[in-house]
Design a protein around this ligand. Structure first.
Ligand SMILES: Nc1ncnc2c1ncn2[C@@H]1O[C@H](COP(=O)(O)OP(=O)(O)O)[C@@H](O)[C@H]1O
Ligand SMILES: [Mg+2]
Length: 319
């Protein structure tokens, strides 16, 4: 990632309204070459609308953007030749084979004809579709289709790749494969990736910087480490004990001063609590063991997008 070269994306007050609703609200954002930027937000936060504005599929109601030095509102077609987009629900022609699908796109994107064959083979190989490359897409699993859509978005070697929720609806194995592919893309060459996701863990894992979007506005922006330091300080713990030990476990936790917010979420012998730091976990285990509380399972929970929003709102209320 280099901040000395010209940014790949710059937006100033970028805004899009649909009637009364402001889907994207005065967005100011700069994305640098080679960066994987996470655009993190719940359903309806305005991620897809932003991607469409940045590709000139939609025009802004106010403000402006420059993407690869072009104005998407007026030079959309030219811009889209240089960007790759994996849309939320990529449309693939089910009747075609993966190879045919990629060949058609190669034509569409003016990949030099003498390069098409090698490039298609190469992508089928990388995306683990080589063996099934001559089967119809209708016979593919959801994960295979997503990998094919990703391969298609990369066919013309775009400088800037937009990925709109690339792993939503995929099984864990496919998610891992797609993550590896995205990481490899960002490592090889100077690809810039704009990654929309509602999954905090995905954003933390893959992105250099993360913008947190809520109701069309960026409410936080920073590296995962910076956001982590500022926004999700606590460590939530879930632990399982024996049914007859729940009451004494609760008592033991009350006597352990670092533990906060102890709850029993349901009828099961499971307790949740919050610590301020993971370094307190071994102390917690020692304390419970000393109190003779049977401990069958103790899991630190990954922070979720809810935790981030909660921390942001709490901070706002405190001023
Ligand atoms: N073409 C449209 N017409 C009207 N409202 C829209 C349109 N596209 C998106 N919206 C609304 O804009 C908001 C942001 O949507 P979207 O950008 O798709 O969010 P996300 O991708 O983060 O889920 C939502 O409230 C959505 O219903
Ligand atoms: Mg969306």
């Amino acid at each position: 990632m280099s901040k000395t070269t010209a940014p790949v994306i710059v937006t100033e007050g970028l805004t899009r309204r649909f009637g009364e609703l402001t889907a994207v609200d005065s967005l100011n954002l700069t994305v640098y070459p080679g960066e994987v930027l996470g655009f993190l937000g719940h359903n309806g936060a305005g991620k897809t609308t932003t991607v469409r504005l940045l590709n000139g599929v939609l025009t802004p109601s106010a403000g402006q953007a420059r993407v690869l030095g072009l104005d998407p509102a007026t030079a959309g077609a030219m811009l889209r030749r240089r960007t790759g987009v994996l849309t939320e629900t990529p449309s693939l022609d089910e009747r075609l084979t993966a190879r045919e699908q990629l060949q058609i796109y190669a034509d569409l994107y003016d990949v030099p004809p003498q390069l098409v064959r090698t490039r298609v083979d190469e992508l089928l190989e990388i995306f683990q579709l080589a063996e099934r490359g001559d089967d119809r897409v209708s016979t593919y699993s959801r994960g295979m289709k997503q990998r094919l859509a990703l391969a298609r978005a990369l066919l013309h070697r775009p400088e800037l790749l937009f990925l709109d929720e690339p792993t939503s609806g995929l099984d864990p194995v496919s998610v891992r494969q797609v993550h590896t592919l995205i990481r490899e893309q960002s490592r090889s060459g100077n690809h810039t990736v704009f990654l929309c996701t509602h999954n905090l863990e995905e954003a933390q894992r893959l992105c250099h910087r993360v913008a947190v979007l809520e109701r069309g506005r960026i409410v936080a922006l920073g590296t995962p480490a910076e956001l982590g330091r500022n926004l999700w300080k606590g460590v939530r713990i879930e632990m399982e004990t024996a049914p007859e030990a729940v009451a004494s476990a609760c008592m033991a936790l009350q006597q352990f001063s670092p533990a906060r917010d102890v709850t029993q979420p349901n009828e099961r012998p499971i307790l949740r609590l919050t610590l301020s730091d993971r370094e307190e976990i071994p102390q917690l285990v020692a304390h419970l063991t000393a109190a003779k509380i049977p401990l069958y399972r103790l899991m630190p929970q990954e922070p979720t997008l809810e935790d981030v929003y909660f921390a942001l709102h709490e901070r706002k209320e405190k001023g």
